[in-house]
Write a protein that binds this ligand. Structure first.
Ligand code: FAQ
Length: 313
């Protein structure tokens, strides 16, 4: 097929809300854009295991430990679905991991903040998974088939994660005064980093225009951030907690809350690698990668042997 004709087929699939599949023709920029976004998303899931993983051995009950363990394992699974989706675009797992470990690829800014108390585990489930779902519900309808299908499955699990976090917050907010203080302190520290998860303001988001044109993203960073604020303020009110923003005010004209922006200089600093935990996170991933070398070698040797046997048969 001539490129012009192939381009027309691509455009018409987008216009008709049909999926683009791995073997379909696609513009090189579309492929690169997807590899960038999906691999960064995968890295976020895998690095996101670290702040919560810290608390598995310190969970306050056996039930809490089991639930947290299951959640952290789910995040690892999300990383695998997403790496696999990115591989269908012609990149390899090794290339993606190399980009993460050498600092060439980003992962979500949120995971560069420390988890200081058990209430932080509640805040991560409530706010971080809450923000992730807000963004990922739209990605279930993204134009690239393998990414969309991965997101459908991930969203089901993320809903459970969000409830797990809100349950912890509910217990603490309605618990002793000390527990309530811990819940408030966690909200104070995680609120603005959660708003940063949606990315820079639309006016400073270089990738948004193409992402919307190609139906990779269906809504902009600011639209999703606004929806998250509207939803979360109501949940905080139920908990009797105060969102740490004196400018927060219902605005009937926009049918949403006015709110203060996060500190965008802090955001830029964190994504450049200078957040509180950036170095610790990459070192932990590097260590896990090195310790897993023998597993990768054994899996490769096994699969080569299987191939040889099936060729000989
Ligand atoms: N952190 O032009 P835009 C989770 C970068 S999953 C770091 O607006 P775009 C599950 C951006 O990459 C959370 N970097 O970019 C979980 C770009 O840099 P580049 C992850 C950020 O792609 C929960 C530059 O800034 N979710 O949490 C961030 O159109 C609990 C300019 O930005 C996803 O990845 C940030 N917050 O929009 C796990 C969802 N924001 O690549 C464990 C899929 C922006 O040009 C525990 N991704 N940047 O060098 C997306 O929807 C988009 O990629 C955005 C950014 C919205 C993240």
């Amino acid at each position: 097929m001539e490129t012009n004709e192939a381009q027309a087929v691509f455009e018409s699939k987008l216009a008709n809300n049909e999926y683009i599949e791995p073997k379909d023709w696609m513009p090189e920029d579309y492929r690169k854009h997807l590899i960038r976004q999906i691999s960064q998303h995968a890295h976020s899931e895998v690095v996101g295991m670290l702040p919560e993983g810290n608390w598995i051995s310190r969970a306050p009950s056996l039930r809490a430990k089991l639930v947290l363990l299951a959640k952290v394992q789910d995040e690892g699974g999300h990383g695998l679905y997403l790496y696999t989706a990115a591989e269908t675009l012609g990149t390899s797992r090794d290339e993606m991991l190399d980009a993460l470990l050498t600092g060439k690829a980003k992962y979500s800014s949120i995971f560069n903040y420390p988890t200081l108390t058990w209430a932080d585990i509640g805040a991560i489930g409530w706010l971080v998974d809450g923000a992730a779902i807000m963004n990922q519900v739209m990605l279930q309808r993204t134009s690239y088939g393998p990414y969309s299908r991965a997101m459908i499955r991930i969203c089901k699990e993320e809903s459970f994660h969000q409830r797990q976090g809100y349950e912890i917050m509910t217990r603490m907010a309605f618990g002793s005064p000390e527990q309530k203080d811990m819940a408030q302190d966690a909200l104070n520290r995680w609120w603005y980093p959660s708003l940063m998860m949606f990315g820079p303001p639309d006016t400073e988001s270089p990738n948004s225009e193409k992402a919307i044109k190609w139906r990779i993203k269906r809504e902009t960073n600011d639209q999703l951030r606004q929806r998250f604020v509207n939803q979360t303020v109501v949940q905080a009110t139920y908990l009797g907690l105060k969102v740490p923003d004196d400018k927060l005010k219902w605005n009937p004209e926009k049918d949403g809350y006015d709110y203060s922006d996060p500190d965008w200089n802090e955001f830029k600093n964190v994504i450049k690698g200078h957040g509180i935990c950036n170095r610790e996170r990459i070192n932990a991933r590097q260590k896990a990668h090195d310790n897993g070398a023998w597993v990768r070698a054994a899996a490769n040797a096994y699969s080569q042997k299987q191939n040889q046997q099936s060729e000989a048969a």
